[in-house]
Design a protein around this ligand. Sequence first.
Ligand SMILES: C[C@H](O)[C@H](O)[C@H]1CNC2=NC(N)=NC(=O)C2=N1
Length: 95
Amino acid sequence: MRLTDVEIDESLSANEGWKREDGKWIAKKYRFAAFMDAIAFVDRVAIASELLNHHPFIAIDYKIVTLRLTTWRGGGLTALDFQAAEAFNNVYTSE
Ligand SMILES: C[C@H](O)[C@H](O)[C@H]1CNC2=NC(N)=NC(=O)C2=N1
């Protein structure tokens, strides 16, 4: 279930903009032209999360949305986190 450090590094390089945080997390900040674009993105993230049954922590700071992922059940980073990261990158547009 949990990925090795090598697997994590490989997965990070395949998911643009995502960085490892505190060992067991990956995070990415998404920037938008307007606040409502940020909110529309969060809605798309929510839909993708429900489809994957894998959910990020979401912080909305005006025109910046920070997503953080870990696998709670797995106690660390798993393939699910990187599947979710890829899905969130795929639903991102800055406006
Ligand atoms: C019951 C439900 O399937 C689980 O709680 C799911 C929901 N979303 C989840 N999201 C994340 N990030 N990790 C989990 O382990 C997880 N588990």
